[in-house]
Design a protein around this ligand. Sequence first.
Ligand SMILES: C[S@@+](CC[C@H](N)C(=O)[O-])C[C@H]1O[C@@H](n2cnc3c(N)ncnc32)[C@H](O)[C@@H]1O
Length: 238
Amino acid sequence: MNIDNSAALHAPMASVLEMILGALPLPEGPLLDVGCGAGHKTALLRSTLNVAGSLVGIDCDREALSAAARGGMWAIAGDAHMLPLRTACCGAAVCLATLGMLHDQRTALRELRRVVRPGGWLVVVTATTAWTFWSVRLRDWIQALLAERERRRVDLLLTTPEPAVDLATLIRDAGWREVRAGAFVIETGDEMSRRVLPLISQNSARQQLTPARLREYDALVADADMELLPLMLVATGW
Ligand SMILES: C[S@@+](CC[C@H](N)C(=O)[O-])C[C@H]1O[C@@H](n2cnc3c(N)ncnc32)[C@H](O)[C@@H]1O
């Protein structure tokens, strides 16, 4: 299994991203992509948002940035906790599959608030966070959700569980307003996405949980249903 194959790994998220971004207004100024990586989402961002103007990507991985630049964005090396940008210089921002990797999410969200002009929006997508900070508390919610999905026979389900509310609080505390959050269960039949998302999350979970929470977490992931469920949290703020 190649966990560096990010394009294939993130493919199941495309339909959700398109839906969320499609409902947002065109940014009035450059669109910022924090943690842009190799720019796998550049084409999707441009086509869904109809962004003809500048797309600015920031990442700490210079090798990935070279690829992002070739894909047609302004690629800048920098740290999400201290963005190398002027205040209010961007029209809107996205932070995709990156927030869960940051050691200080509050600072990064405040930095995003600083560089996006008042009235501009932010979209955060995170798959890993649900499996790290909130995974133990998710047990009942996931089971209810699985039952509901079975009843309605749908592949993609949006709901607002406790972890999404927590993500909303985090974003609101960083100065964003009108924050809305939801969680998506994604089932694509894509074996790699089904296996890799929880795998990545388990690694970061192990570093962050206390020994007691870790034992509880191990008990949780021992349940195959839980482990194979890709879950994605999405939040927007203004
Ligand atoms: C899973 S990748 C997601 C890439 C891209 N957003 C996408 O959806 O395809 C996470 C990215 O966050 C970057 N990253 C992690 N910590 C960072 C930090 N402190 N500052 C800037 N970028 C960071 C990594 O280098 C990596 O490219």
